[in-house]
Design a protein around this ligand. Sequence first.
Ligand SMILES: CC(C)(COP(=O)(O)OP(=O)(O)OC[C@H]1O[C@@H](n2cnc3c(N)ncnc32)[C@H](O)[C@@H]1OP(=O)(O)O)[C@@H](O)C(=O)NCCC(=O)NCCS
Length: 333
Amino acid sequence: MRVHEWDPATATAAELEAVLRALNEIVAVDVPEDPPWRSRMFREYLSVTMPGERRTSWLAVEESGEILGHASLLALEDIGVLELSVVPSARRSHVGTALLAAVARRAAEEGFESVGVEVIGDTPSVKFFEAHGFECAFIEMRNLLDLNGVDWLRLGEMAAGISAGYRIEYHPGGPPESHYAAYAAAKEAARASVVDDLELRPSSYDAERLRASLATLHARGLKPYIVLAVHEATDTIAGLTEVVVPAQRPTRADQYDTIEVPSHRGYGISRAIKARMLFELRAAEPGLLDVQTWNALENEPLLQVNAELGFKPDREWREYEADVIDLLRRLKA
Ligand SMILES: CC(C)(COP(=O)(O)OP(=O)(O)OC[C@H]1O[C@@H](n2cnc3c(N)ncnc32)[C@H](O)[C@@H]1OP(=O)(O)O)[C@@H](O)C(=O)NCCC(=O)NCCS
């Protein structure tokens, strides 16, 4: 077995297919309730990043050429975010550890003090990262909504249940340019009240970053849908919800962020915009089966709204972190 750096941007189609097959073997064993990945825009998904960010990838390959594992390190501003997976048939032979060593060496070369990783609860990754000294920094719950089980009549009442003085807008593809500054301001205003996670996912707190992040989503095959609540008296954005439908997994939408600006809380905004989003998705994406979202365990108001909409808690999503120097020492890499 050999670990080598790999560039999905220039990889052959056959190589990408092999990586996709390996990923789907892993999904079938670790998260069998999740849909398999499809090849549409898989290359773009793996290779495109936000301007200023870099993703390095590695493959673990058997002498026969068979792919045993895949790893990547996304260099964000002050943390390296890693992803790592090994096909079920090759596990417990230290393939994962060899991939982690490659990642840790690069993280040190790039000057990162720490690396973070999102780990799915109830999978071997939890034991693996804990065995390598990673510490759990943040836990969220993934919630799933089966669109076949939605009570659309009740949902219609929820979508209409917003206080007077607010207007709901729907923007497939992303908010219009004219909203960029207000949209980013709403995110910034809500940021202070968000629980302090590791920020392993990109955020858009100014108009330029928002523009870049929308362009990156589209380039990776992730189609954004936005529903906003506008406070009519001040013409500001009081709340927003963002969903992405990936070309690689078109039956499952990811609900990224739902924000209520603190001064507009208590007016039924989250419930109404999330309900409206489900109607829009049903119309725009007829192939969609379910929607997944992630919530901090202590975010009571949003958990309550999700429960009313029919979301069901599914699995823990845990963020782990390790100090790079300590990690290298433990790995003797
Ligand atoms: C986590 C993962 C990468 C580990 O790969 P691996 O090659 O089996 O790991 P290693 O053999 O290097 O294990 C190193 C150490 O981690 C720990 N470990 C790994 N798997 C473990 C398990 N199933 N149970 C207990 N400990 C485990 C052990 O301490 C192990 O050392 P040991 O075998 O000498 O006791 C692999 O199980 C995997 O790909 N999991 C799924 C990834 C994922 O998130 N999938 C879902 C999204 S696609």
